[in-house]
Structures are given as structure tokens and as C-alpha cells.
Design a protein around this ligand. Structure first.
Ligand SMILES: [Cu+2]
Length: 502
């Protein structure tokens, strides 16, 4: 899983890998497609409005996946520009990463990988117009970068957004992070760099992606600090701004293009090197790792629950004693929202779901290793109340389907978000084996064994044909277990899996 790091802390090889990936995207024209996607989006659909944060989260996530693809490294994370530590003398502006400020008269960047002669910016028609320009701190309204205190002040603002859903919204976390109210964080970053970072073609400067990675990190931190404050508006806002609306100029692959598809960073497998120290907000009881929650046996038995007061959150825990797939779901007439944490860490969110079950119930199906897990149940509508029942069921019983070596491929599917499948195969003599998937789904394989469902010995994303996975290993006699998941936790799709001697 990729970790997004403070750009100043990247090692020289991480810097080289990032720069090379960006240059490769530029050479192949893909980089400029990102510039055009931003430049030609409707200004007020993706800025100055609630979808500002989800639109840019998706935008940089797509860019990060392209970096991972061309570098052939699924662990390459987009670095972020940590503004308080990111002034002119910060190492992120060194010549092995972004290069520095522009010339004091022409503003042309003459050092680093994106210097004049090496890097050409494009206009909103995609026509090359000249070198990159920067003018650090020259705009009077953006002479300095945001401080830690200003960031903290914005992270304390709730709700997410408010009528009239624009630059006048107040109080609004989105509007303050974007910069039209309060200390001005995002707009000021664009202004401080100046030059090519000012117009709608601002992704022409690679620092755009580091800047928005910081913006995205702060949204993520705000979400963690205010777990009862969801995205707004859920509905009733302008089209393109509501939770279930598609976002302007956002392609539908590999995710669909709605706001709701990018609300959860964990589901997008986004991880940061570190988060700001914070105290949980008093509006939500912080789960205590060992004690909190009502214990439910993971055997499919139903446990009744109720949200008696609007905004209430119920907490459950259950213990997994052997690696298997489990389904956590509610039943009943309430529109529940489930969040799963663990193992053994009630603050580590691993999955969430709104309507995966029947009748608007939440449902999470995923492989779980040994440990204690925590489930938070709330209602989707924070002003509603209602009853529900919850259960945790080992899916497919305890029988793990077997793949016969050199036999027919087994057909299966990741049919729901977060789902993964487990198979086993039996090795009788030591030799080289190939485990591979076939089809059009971007699979990810984990191999466990011998005779263990928890000892991981190999994993693979894309070594197979297309986006398929392939693991080739010499295996001693014993029982092996393969876990198949989608590369993205939100992805679904059918695949075939086979094991052969090779
Ligand atoms: Cu933008």
C-alpha cells in the first residue's frame, strides 16, 4: 500500500522515482491530459463549492495511480507539501525534486527537472506555451504560507459545508480549507507559488499535486476528528455537489465518478506517513481498545440494537480466531451505516459501508485475520432514529474452496466492495508453481502457507496479463491459501484463478 509522505522527507531514490514517473507521464501526453481535465472543468463545479474536496481527491488519486503504473510500483505514494515546513529553503524545492523559485524578473524556472528547456506548459487547448513560471511570495495576498496554528484552526471548523454552498458559506470547513473564509489555506498555496500555479491550468506545475495532496490530507484529518460530521449536502444542493451526484469532468474508471466514491480515504487505500496529533471530538465516544462495545459472537446470531437519539453511534466488537471471510451486516428497516475497525485497534478504520445490504442496510464482507474488531453502527441520516439487528457471519461456512493443480481454472468474482475470496490448494511435492488470475479485473493476490492461513509468503498486483496477478514460487509440500481481492477496495469484477506447475 502506498504511503503519502512529507515531500521534504523523501530519500534521494524516492525523489528520483517520483520525478522520473512525472517525466514519463509528460512524455506520453498523460500529464497534459490531467492539466486539461482541470483547466476545462467547470470552474464553479470543482471550486467554490462542496465538491471542491472530493473532486480534487479523485483527481490526484487518479494521478497517483498513473505514477504507480508507469513506475511499476504500487507503493509509490504522492508526496505532500507540508506548508508550514515548505518555504523557499525547504528541501522539496531542491533540484532533485521540484526545482526552486523562478527568475526574479522573468519568473522562469531555470533549475531542477522542470526547468526551462526540459518542461513546457500547455494552455487549456493543450497547446505548448512556454516554460514553467514561479514567483514565491510575490502576490500581496499570499506573501507567506499557512502556519500550523492556522491549519489547526481550520480543522476545528464544522460542519463540512453549508448553504449557499459557495464562497459565502460560513461556517464551512470546506470554504475555510479552500480559502474564501478564515485564514485561507488552499488558495494561498497557489498564490504563494504564483506564476503557472495561478490560472486553471495550474496542474502544469507538478507542485500542484503535492499542494492538493496536503489539502486532501487535511480533509482526511478533519474526517477523523469529526466522525459524526459527514459530507454535505447529501441532497438538495446544485447538481454535481450532492453526495450521490457524479462530479464534473471525472472519468468513470476504475471507480465510478460520484462524490460518495471518494469520501473514504481508507477505501481508496490512501495512507499518510503521519497525522497531526489530535484529541477526538467530544461528540463521539472514542472506542477503548479492550473494553468498548457490546461483544457479539461471530456466528451469525442476530443482536438487536437501536439508535434512540439522533446522531447516536452504537459500538460492537467481535473476535476472530482464524483467518476467514466474514460478513458484518444489519437487517431491518433502518438505513444503517457501518464502519469496521481493527484488528486490535479501535482507531484503525478498515472498511465502511452504507447500502451494501438489503433494504438500505450496511454490509461489509472481507477477509479478517485473527484479532478483535470493532463495528460502529450509525444511521445514514444523522437526524433519524430507528431499530436494527446486527450479525457477524463467517461467509461460505468454514469450507474453503480447493483449486486443483493443473486443473480447470476456478471462476469467481469480487461481487461487493471490500470483498475478497479465499482458495486453497494442496502441494504434494516440492517444485515451482504458478498461481495466476485471468480476466479483465485488476486483481491482487496474497499467498499464505504452508499449512497456515496467516503466514503470508508472497503477494502480487500486476505480474500477470494486463492487470492480472501472478505469483511463481517454489513450494514445499503442504496446504496453501490464496486470497484474491481487487486492487482497489471499491473495485468489483469477475476473474478466473488457476494453479499450475511451471
Ligand atoms: Cu483546482
Amino acid at each position: 500500500m502506498a504511503t503519502r509522505k512529507d515531500a521534504n522527507t523523501l530519500t534521494s531514490s524516492e525523489r528520483a522515482e517520483f520525478v522520473n514517473a512525472v517525466l514519463t507521464l509528460k512524455e506520453t501526453g498523460i500529464y497534459d491530459q490531467f492539466v486539461l481535465r482541470h483547466a476545462n472543468a467547470v470552474m464553479d463545479a470543482i471550486h467554490r463549492a462542496p465538491a471542491f474536496l472530493p473532486w480534487h481527491r479523485r483527481f490526484i488519486w487518479d494521478f497517483e495511480r498513473e505514477l504507480q503504473r508507469v513506475s511499476n510500483n504500487p507503493d509509490l505514494g504522492l508526496p505532500y507539501w507540508n506548508w508550514p515546513q515548505g518555504g523557499e529553503n525547504a528541501s522539496m524545492w531542491d533540484d532533485d525534486l521540484l526545482g526552486g523559485n523562478g527568475d526574479q524578473f522573468t519568473r522562469i524556472v531555470n533549475s531542477g527537472p522542470f526547468r526551462s528547456g526540459e518542461w513546457t506548459i500547455v494552455n487549456r487547448s493543450g497547446v505548448a506555451t512556454g516554460p514553467l513560471r514561479r514567483a514565491f511570495g510575490q502576490e500581496s495576498w499570499a506573501a507567506s504560507l499557512p502556519t500550523q496554528q492556522e491549519i489547526e484552526a481550520v480543522l476545528a471548523v464544522t460542519p463540512y459545508d453549508v448553504l449557499p454552498w459557495n464562497t459565502g458559506s460560513d461556517p464551512s470547513f470546506r470554504n475555510q480549507l479552500e480559502g474564501f473564509r478564515g485564514p485561507n489555506l488552499h488558495n494561498r498555496g497557489h498564490g504563494w507559488v504564483g506564476g503557472s500555479m495561478l490560472p486553471m491550468t495550474s496542474p502544469n506545475d507538478p507542485v500542484f499535486f503535492l499542494h492538493h495532496c496536503m489539502v486532501d490530507k487535511l480533509w482526511h484529518e478533519w474526517q477523523l476528528r469529526h466522525p459524526n460530521q459527514g459530507y454535505l449536502p447529501m441532497n438538495g444542493g446544485p447538481f454535481g455537489q450532492n453526495l450521490n451526484d457524479p462530479m464534473d469532468s471525472t472519468p468513470g474508471t476504475p471507480l465510478s465518478n460520484r462524490v460518495i466514491d471518494v469520501i473514504d480515504s481508507a477505501a481508496l487505500e490512501i495512507e499518510y506517513d503521519q497525522l497531526l496529533p489530535s484529541t477526538p471530538q467530544p461528540d463521539v465516544p472514542a472506542p477503548d481498545p479492550q473494553q468498548s462495545g457490546i461483544e457479539i459472537p461471530p456466528d451469525g446470531s442476530l443482536q438487536g440494537g437501536a439508535i434512540g437519539t439522533p446522531g447516536e453511534v452504537d459500538l460492537y466488537r467481535f473476535t476472530v480466531s482464524s483467518f476467514s471471510q466474514y460478513t458484518i451486516e444489519t437487517t431491518g428497516d433502518s438505513d444503517t451505516f457501518l464502519t469496521l475497525y481493527g484488528p486490535n485497534d479501535s482507531s484503525r478504520e478498515i472498511a465502511l459501508n452504507d447500502d451494501g445490504g438489503e433494504n438500505f442496510n450496511g454490509r461489509i464482507a472481507m477477509n479478517l485475520g485473527t484479532g478483535t474488531y470493532f463495528v460502529r453502527v450509525r444511521l445514514f441520516n444523522s437526524s433519524a432514529t430507528g431499530d436494527y439487528s446486527i450479525r457477524v457471519t463467517p461467509s461460505g461456512g468454514t469450507e474453503i474452496p480447493e483449486i486443483s493443480i493443473n486443473g480447470q481454472p476456478v471462476s469467481a468474482a469480487i461481487s461487493a466492495q471490500n470483498e475478497s475470496d479465499i482458495f486453497r490448494f494442496h502441494v504434494t511435492s516440492e517444485r515451482s508453481y504458478t498461481i495466476e488470475t485471468q480476466g479483465t479485473t485488476d486483481t491482487f493476490l496474497h499467498l499464505f502457507g504452508p499449512d497456515s492461513q496467516t503466514t503470508e509468503i508472497a503477494r502480487d498486483d500486476d505480474s500477470g496479463f494486463g492487470r492480472n496477478s501472478r505469483i511463481q514460487r517454489t513450494l514445499a509440500a503442504g496446504e496453501y491459501f490464496v486470497r484474491v481481492r481487487h486492487f482497489s477496495r471499491l473495485g468489483t469484477g469477475a476473474y478466473d484463478i488457476r494453479v499450475s506447475t511451471s
